[in-house]
Write a protein that binds this ligand. Sequence first.
Ligand code: FS2
Ligand code: SF4
Length: 545
Amino acid sequence: MFCFQCQETAKGTGCTLKGVCGKTENVANLQDLLIYTLKGIAIYAVQARERYLVRKDVDQFIMESLFSTITNANFDKERFIKRIQAALELREDLKQALIRVGGTIPENLQDAATWTGTPEEFEGKAALVGILTTENEDIRSLRELLTYGLKGMAAYAEHAYTLQHQDAGIFAFIEKALVATLDDTLEAGDLVALVLEAGKHGVDVMALLDKANTTTYGNPELTKVNIGVRNNPAILISGHDLKDLEELLIQTEGTGVDVYTHGEMLPAHYYPAFKKYEHFVGNYGNAWYKQDKEFDTFNGPIFLTTNCLVPPKDSYKDRVYTTGVVGFEGVKHIPDREDGKAKDFSALIEHAKQCPPPTEIETGEIVGGFAHNQVLALADKVVDAVKSGAIKRFFVMAGCDGRMKSRDYYTDFAKALPQDTVILTAGCAKYKYNKLNLGDIGGIPRVLDAGQCNDSYSLAVIALKLKEVFGLEDVNQLPISYNIAWYEQKAVIVLLALLYLGVKNIHLGPTLPAFLSPNVAKVLVENFGIAGITNEEDDLKIFMA
Ligand code: FS2
Ligand code: SF4
């Protein structure tokens, strides 16, 4: 195996024996083979599109498959074997459909579009198609950067799709870009152009998801979220999927079972549609990587709707349920919706009734709900505070949290920030500073949480609005600095989206991606001013200069 797609990759270079995330060698290899086969499907899909043959099942399959290979989503070997088998069948089906509409199949097609094999042969094949088969390190770096951007894009597209929002342009780009990663005639410059184009579609997909979420559940609003517990049996829901949450809240209503959020599900509390549920009690715990302790003390069943799943400990494994693209061998899985019917959570609810209430690990409240609509409602106040000098600078500290000790930097940085600065956050990165009680500036909290990682889009909307209000030509003239923490591939598409919007001088940490070759990193540094982090004191001097 060779995987270097996330920030915690072994030795900062690549996981080769087993993933730091817990991914086994065979799952890593099968994921490589799945991606390779998707590229083969994409070869036909691009041609089919040229003939106005657009297959929704193909778009959906590619999207879900990419999503399933994101860090901490799916660790289940059997699920990947089945998915590759389904990919081979779908590829053949699409090829035949293409022929039927007059498409001609060239003789010298890429192996990704023609290979076939039995499950016993999959791992042997996987060894021939992994990341390291691209020898030129810059081409490899750009191909992987693009692929990880596509994975993030697919994840967000999937959430929007679940809420019946889709954009054909996003699927068309995903398929075009997948084909491009196989094309040996493309040079580094061509791939850089595609990476930047991915940023444009990154903005599109986050805007689409924002629209899907806000038209379905209302605009997030200023909300105090309880972090203590009540004395009822309860279900803990984690991940990013709001539709799963909605159906769970409906089915648990009146059963005596409470519902709490964990990790990236916290921002669900900010949506008006979920406030009516009296049994939607609060948020339990912190970011994803603390689940090995927090799932233990929660006592009740835990429901993972998306990443980040950590391989469960035996002490609570029988209480973990997955759904959608998430999976782990031996863990119960809630099947997908069929015929427009809701998912069936009865087993989860019955399980909860047999469990003791959660053990309290914290008390109090946290404040959030500062997505674009809420911040723009406060725009006059914010603009006045900037004009009067009460707010000197905003710090976008969005992205991910993670296990590494080096991430304490973000807590230290938040603490070291001058009192006249405000943090704009989104994603699970917030847990590094959302309980610090950093106070407020004239009623504006010093940590403004927009929501999940995809709600980084909200932060961009806020920046663009401020640019307009202050009559500036360039978003970089605003008193906003970007100190972003990344971990997995959704952060990659968020970064590419920010670059597309023209944001410069983003600091990225705790380490730069291992998949950036020195030359590719140089392109990002020279053209966009991307930089790493050092320590809070020195970085603060740079930001405040
Ligand atoms: Fe956090 Fe994990 Fe949101 Fe990432 S819960 S690092 O996948 O998607 O952010
Ligand atoms: Fe390693 Fe990250 Fe890949 Fe897991 S996802 S195998 S930790 S690089």
